[in-house]
Design a binder for this molecule. Sequence first.
Ligand code: HEC
Ligand code: HEC
Length: 255
Amino acid sequence: MIHRLLLATLPLLLSIPLAAQHEATQGDVDDGRRLYISNCALCHGPEGGSVPGVELGHGKFLRASNDEGLKTIILKGIAGSAMPPHTFTDFQAGTVVAYLRYMAASSTDATAVRGNAASGKAIFEGKGNCTSCHRVRGSGSRVAPELTDIGTIRRSVELQRSLLEPDAEVLPQNRYFRVTTKDGTTITGRLLNQDAFTVQLLDLKEQLVTFSRSDLTKSAFLDRSPMPSYKDKLSAPELSDLVSYLVSLKGIVYQ
Ligand code: HEC
Ligand code: HEC
């Protein structure tokens, strides 16, 4: 009798931890990405392949066989190696794991980066006219995010997507701000600062402009990217040259 009762409840007991497991949401992946970029990318690189012998971006790990194992490595580090412990909460470690899983699911065969970075640089400064908005190592415009170290914080798939579908993902800090003044003029630019009384923008001509809030009828972030898509403007080989160039931008190297 007792046996039968146990057998009957066993599957129930087993199913509880599964049901209680937290399914990773897009929000978890985004949080995990932020933690990864600021804590892990320095050593492991944006693609997860910068530590020799370790591939964090492909879902196969030498030292962990499941998510719990990965969390333990992240929290405790690996004794006797350069892999440090991290003071994350268990939940934060879980978001980093969710991001590692997302990386594996969205990894590509890296054909995008087999282009020629030198040709990519020529396209960036010439045909692509990227410097009319972006700045790299001191040359170009400031109206769009500086790209001098974009290769240390973005994966090649993300860079490629920025060129093909700029609207697919606009990072909160990269959104443009638009104000409408009482006389009906609209001005778009990067938001530099705002407080209860004023709004400061760097407009598309790289001029610093300050508005009194009392002179504005509207002010809001734009969801869409002002960046054009290059899907039909550049050929596939040109795009992969350009991505290779962006991947090579790893900050200013002092010698
Ligand atoms: C200071 C450099 C450094 C930082 C920062 C760092 N790691 Fe590591 N990590 C390493 C090294 C080196 C190894 C290889 C250790 C070994 O196997 O001997 C490693 C190994 C790992 C492993 C085991 C890989 C496997 O195949 O089993 C995982 C998982 C990992 N790191 C994840 C992370 C995550 C996630 C972060 C950020 C939260 C991070 N690391 C931050 C240097 C670092
Ligand atoms: C009309 C201005 C404009 C032009 C021209 C332009 N961009 Fe952009 N770009 C932006 C703006 C604004 C953003 C930030 C909003 C966003 O993420 O879409 C951006 C975002 C990006 C990002 C993502 C940055 C990040 O932090 O994730 C990359 C990469 C990029 N641009 C590359 C290029 C390249 C390469 C070219 C030339 C082929 C180019 N852009 C041309 C305005 C421009």
